[in-house]
Design a protein around this ligand. Structure first.
Ligand SMILES: Nc1ncnc2c1ncn2[C@@H]1O[C@H](COP(=O)(O)OP(=O)(O)OP(=O)(O)O)[C@@H](O)[C@H]1O
Ligand SMILES: O=P(O)(O)OC[C@H]1O[C@](O)(CO)[C@@H](O)[C@@H]1O
Ligand SMILES: [Mg+2]
Length: 530
């Protein structure tokens, strides 16, 4: 239990904010107005980094600060394990060995290779490097620094995959899968792969909980028996076989339900809210001394989970967005003074809008939540659209749903999970653009496309299909290895396990000082709208 509470308290400790805010303030005095965006961005970089580093203020004059930082990092990224609660829980040889299926002795029919000959297991001490760039200066683009000199500090996270020793007998496992939050391409692929992998370990009792966490408390919702046969073709369509929902029962009710149903492996597919729930379920199971492994698989089309290269569904969303952007371009280009506006998902992170704009090469203005902008005034987007019509006759705007919310009236509404319901920035841009050109007496033909739910309901593309498959397999390996309160993600092209609190302390954001955002600006040619 000690390790669990440690993880929770350290995940939100802003130790580096102090250092950075001090540095930012003094920098502000020296830098001109044109550098203001950079200052703002630096603050964000350090603030984000604060959540992925250590627990207390670091004294960089201490010659051992780096070692202490790494020790602290190691303890924060330690994976909670069922032996934390049940130290005497005996490990048994893994029932997952693919080589066992291949006869190797030609002369001895039925002879199979021994487990020891199969080098397919991950050693518990295998690690993946979390950060791979050695920034020579804090001023390097996108630099994520720990100390003022941006010293190189190796940060290792745990490698995902099958272990040689497991902590559950397959015949004693009842595994459940639940999908929560909004839809995302690839949910069915992950469900499918979890079921298939569980069966390879030898698990017979596998169920799906219908409609998210709600399925644990709503007596009218019956758990769905799952097997390879049931899930064989589910990845061929989008959505979730099990259904999704927001809101639902509290953690105590969910754990009561786990106990009643005899579930001892729970696979939770969802975003940051779902993962907060999964971590709370894990903690409650520890408190009640239940031998249950709770494993998350991050599902967020917005790509807003920390420390991961990308989350499943994001790639598909970017690809699918191309159709909407291209249609907006064709409409705009074919009309006299045409302006196409496309809204894409991205509640607080503009990754989809940024990547889709970059990919299309057809976007003139990309607007994301991380970068403030004005619509009116000499530097506003409307004046720029006027310039674009004068210069090239048409324009395309790609806006993330969470962008420019300060320009809209607060809806004061929240969804069942407590997420703020945003105003429609796409409609706002469409209306303000029409109004502006009418006022200045210039013809403009404005077309607005909102493909958000069409994109979200798609089936996963090939790249996401692979990602989902590997994540699903690794989720099962993590559970059999005895971990709980963890999630699995892609880290520098390798797969890793993370303690849940480390990846959800806040949404992962586009760094406006990153090379990727600057590449996007280079591609669109847009100015600052401030
Ligand atoms: N802090 C929390 N603690 C416990 N449960 C939570 C918490 N936040 C959200 N949940 C639960 O997690 C589920 C999903 O949350 P939410 O609707 O925010 O979606 P999400 O997982 O963040 O996914 P999405 O990316 O689609 O928004 C809901 O059933 C909600 O009740
Ligand atoms: O309309 P719903 O289902 O609440 O989902 C909308 C939200 O879900 C997300 O796609 C995240 O999953 C956000 O981008 C969006 O704000
Ligand atoms: Mg969320």
């Amino acid at each position: 239990m000690a390790s669990i509470s440690h993880v929770i308290t350290t995940a939100t400790n802003p130790h580096l904010n102090l250092y950075h805010l001090t540095q930012t303030r003094s920098s502000t005095l020296r830098l001109s107005h044109s550098n203001s965006r950079r200052i703002l961005n630096n603050t964000r970089v350090f603030a984000e980094h604060a959540n992925s580093t250590s627990t207390s203020a670091i004294d960089f004059n201490d010659p051992d600060w780096k070692i202490k930082f790494q020790q602290d990092f190691e303890s924060r990224f330690r994976l909670p394990h069922i032996t934390d609660i049940f130290p005497d829980s005996p490990p048994i040889p893994s029932t997952f060995c693919l080589k066992m299926r291949t006869p190797i002795g030609k002369d001895i029919p039925g002879h199979y290779s021994l487990d020891e000959e199969w080098h397919g297991y991950i050693n518990n001490n295998d690690r993946v490097l979390l950060k791979t760039i050695n920034y020579s200066s804090p001023k390097s683009a996108g630099a994520e620094c720990i100390d003022p000199n941006c010293t190189w500090v190796e940060q290792w996270v745990h490698r995902a995959g099958p272990r040689e020793k497991i902590y559950y007998k397959p015949e004693e496992v009842k595994a459940a899968i639940v999908t929560c939050g909004g839809l995302c391409p690839g949910l069915n692929d992950v469900i499918r792969q979890i079921v298939i992998t569980l069966e390879i370990y030898g698990v017979k009792k596998i169920v799906g909980i219908p409609f998210g966490y709600r399925g644990f408390s709503d007596k009218e919702l019956i758990e769905v028996p799952l097997s390879r046969k049931v899930v064989q073709n589910i990845h061929l369509s989008g959505g979730s076989l099990l259904g999704v929902s927001r809101g639902g029962p509290g953690v105590n009710d969910i754990v009561d339900s786990l106990e009643e149903r005899g579930i001892n492996m729970l696979f939770v597919l969802g975003g940051n809210g779902t993962h907060a729930g999964a971590n709370a379920i894990h903690s409650e199971c520890c408190k009640r001394r239940l031998k249950v492994s709770v494993i998350g698989v991050p599902k967020t089309i917005d790509n807003d989970i920390l420390l991961m290269d990308k989350t499943f569904g994001f790639d598909t969303a970017v690809e699918e967005a191309q159709r909407a952007i291209n249609s907006a371009y064709i409409e705009a280009h074919s009309a006299y003074h045409g302006i196409g506006v496309v809204k894409l998902m991205g509640r607080s992170s503009g990754f989809i809008a940024m990547q889709a704009s970059l990919s299309s090469g057809q976007v003139d203005v990309c607007l994301i939540p991380e970068v403030p902008f004005n619509s009116h005034g000499p530097h506003g987007i409307l004046r720029h659209l006027q310039y674009l019509l004068e210069m090239k006759g048409s324009a395309v705007v790609c806006v993330a749903e969470g962008a420019g919310q300060n320009l809209l009236q607060n809806t004061n509404a929240k969804d069942a999970s407590g997420n703020i319901v945003f105003g429609d920035i796409g409609v706002y841009i469409q209306q303000e653009t029409k109004k502006y050109f009418k006022e200045i007496g210039v013809h403009a033909d404005v077309k607005y496309i909102d493909p958000t739910y069409m994109i979200r309901a798609c089936r996963a593309n090939a790249s996401d299909g692979i990602l989902c498959t590997v994540l699903g397999q690794n989720a099962v390996h993590g559970a059999f290895a005895g971990y709980s309160g963890i999630t699995v993600g892609l880290c520098n092209t390798h797969y890793a396990y993370f303690p849940i609190p480390e990846v959800i302390s806040h949404p992962r954001l586009v760094d406006p000082n990153s090379r990727m955002w600057h590449r996007c600006l280079t591609s669109t040619g847009q100015p600052d709208f401030i």
